[in-house]
Design a binder for this molecule. Structure first.
Ligand SMILES: [Zn+2]
Length: 261
């Protein structure tokens, strides 16, 4: 399965950035994203919806989380994450992503299994791609290519000495990804309108034309209470117990530390 990293262009007038065909608010850690074609398939299988789409979004070999970055020569590089894998290679972002995924995975057990392992075992690919933005991590709930943009150096400062390092931000977005990919898998299996409706509803939580919906706030709280707080508490960092935003963000050399660079 191939992805091309889409060029990101900022439109300062709107305050939103345009990523592919999806919007997000750089100030808050949630998508404002709707797949532009997603309203074309109510009642239809997305197999039909993507009939003319060159992206094959079901990979028969599956079992993949991809880590991508663009190297100095402008070429996209990808590494497939495998649970517990050793870090390798010269690229620092890839090494940081592997270390972070391994760490999050250690705290990702739940009754039914392990959320990171679920993502690896899923036939839906998830891409983690490098961003240098300090604005926000994002999860893009695209059926064709769900993806996380992650800055491996970003620290969020909530004030009063409460901080979260970059690995905590990744944990938060992975929790969204786990939920969304679970919804897609269920819909593929049943192919029922209700289950596809749930997928579409999840995509539309972030519609920029709408206020924060209760569903969206619930999903935010769920992500905070899930992998985010587990990861933060193990690192003895700020555990958000309510819906709060960082007062400022800055860079640290290490995704596990909050020391300002
Ligand atoms: Zn979120």
């Amino acid at each position: 399965m191939r992805f091309t990293l889409k060029q990101k262009v900022s439109y300062s007038t709107s305050g939103y950035s345009y990523f592919g065909a999806r919007y997000y608010d750089p100030n808050i850690s949630i998508w404002l994203s709707v797949d532009p074609l997603s309203d074309k398939y109510p009642g239809l299988s997305p197999y039909i919806y993507t009939a003319n789409n060159p992206i094959m979004f079901i990979d028969p070999d599956g079992k993949r989380i991809w880590i991508t970055h663009v190297n100095k020569r402008g070429k996209e590089k990808r590494v497939e994450y495998k649970p517990g894998m050793r870090t390798f290679g010269r690229n620092k972002y890839t090494r940081n992503a592997i270390k972070s995924l391994n760490y999050i995975r250690q705290g990702a057990n739940y009754d039914g299994g392990n959320k990171v392992d679920d993502l690896v075992a899923s036939e839906i690919n998830l891409t983690i791609s490098k961003t240098n933005s300090l604005g926000s991590e994002t999860f893009q709930p695209s059926i064709a290519s769900p993806s996380i943009e992650w800055n491996d150096r970003k620290v969020d400062d909530y004030g009063y000495g409460n901080k979260q390092s970059a690995v905590v931000g990744l944990a938060h977005e992975l929790e969204h990804g786990w939920k969304f990919i679970g919804l897609i898998e269920k819909a593929y299996q049943s192919n029922s309108d209700d289950d596809w409706h749930n997928v579409k509803e999840f995509q539309e939580f972030g519609n920029p034309l709408q206020d924060l919906s209760p569903d969206r706030l619930n999903e935010e709280q769920r992500a905070m209470d899930g992998l985010e707080s587990r990861t933060a508490s193990r690192l003895e960092q700020h555990v958000r117990s309510k819906y709060d935003y960082p007062l400022r963000s800055y860079e640290s050399k290490n995704p596990f530390k909050t020391v300002e660079e």
